[in-house]
Ligand binder design. Structure first.
Ligand code: FES
Length: 105
């Protein structure tokens, strides 16, 4: 496991997201003071989840076919997606945001 520095807390305001280039790409969200990281590619198709719509209760709607996912668990909450998104632990240290990733990815 290693920690991937993404940006500072100030660089990702509440309600915003950013795509983190990695293999695979990761979507990082700031929701109501908490940070969540999930696979950027939708489990249903070729859409970037970081371009989706952040909604109540830390959920995100895919911009392509409007499936919804829980950012805490990655679970698909409605069709057409049925498979979850992988989630990644996020650590905030000294105002910097890190995503914990496996080195063998
Ligand atoms: S690509 Fe995301 S719901 Fe279809």
């Amino acid at each position: 496991m290693s920690q991937l520095f993404v940006c500072t807390v100030e660089e990702l305001p509440d309600g915003e997201a950013r795509k983190v280039e990695y293999t695979p790409d990761i979507a990082l969200f700031h929701y109501d003071g908490e940070f969540f990281a999930v696979d950027d590619r939708c489990s249903h198709g070729n859409a970037s989840i970081s371009e989706g719509y952040l909604e109540d209760n830390a959920t995100v709607e895919c911009p392509l076919h409007t499936a919804s996912f829980c950012l805490r668990t990655g679970k698909a909450l409605c069709l057409p997606a049925t498979d979850p998104l992988k989630t990644y632990p996020v650590v905030v240290k000294d105002g910097n945001i890190y995503i914990t990733v496996s080195e063998e990815q």
